[in-house]
Design a protein around this ligand. Sequence first.
Ligand code: 6PG
Length: 259
Amino acid sequence: MNSSTSALSPNVSVLIAADPYSFAAQTIADAAKTAVESRGKFTISLSGGSTPKKLYELMASPEWASKIPWNKTEFFWGDERYVPSSDSSSNFHMTQQAMLSKVSVPPERVHRVLTEKEANEAAALYDQEIRRVVPTGPDGVPVFDMMLLGLGTNGHTASLFPYQPGLHEKTKLVFAEEIDEVKMTRLSMSVPLINAARQIVFLALGDDKASVIRDVVTGPFDPERLPAQLVRPSQGELLWIVDSASAAKLPEGIAQPAQ
Ligand code: 6PG
């Protein structure tokens, strides 16, 4: 990834899905099955924003709900807006409305950011909760089974925004930061935690994402400007789930049709 040639790293794939939400749901269901069979539970970090809402609604639908091991899944969020959890801009709130309120998830398996606390305390508590629930890898960093990410048109992912100090956070798993660009405090998982995941999935759809996907995936490495380029799995796989619109500006040979 991020090479000047068109070849992707062997652990990176870009798949164009005719039905990206079903494909993403199947990807999650498959990862969950493998995780539960081999480790007894499935740990997933969810993305926020608008793109995943339809995915979460689909996962809670009668067609898919039976395919997700809800009672063995530990739900976290890759980032959160520093607003009350009842606020309409909260990623937890969006997920609760779209999915969690419609399925039977034991409340102790839903790990929201405690935004009622002071921001840095909320980040430290989330860091502790992740360490309590998510098994760590050889380097002491918790290893999520699935890290679902979105991509902003400015190249941000989670709440890793261009030119922000948080891009360089190497020790904390979670940090709070005032984001100038959106004029709000955000909490975000750090790059080392994101990159430790077994499977990282970007779900980036629509023609407004076509340029940024091309720049992130095939453009020069410029992570201050394009923080999503910092997402490089240390051990796992990176999958981009795109649609024909968001893949439209990728050079030949980069994206393959999803099977
Ligand atoms: C958030 C998200 C963020 C999101 C991108 C894309 O809190 O906003 O976690 O990283 O994934 O901004 O958002 P859209 O899906 O709305 O384009």
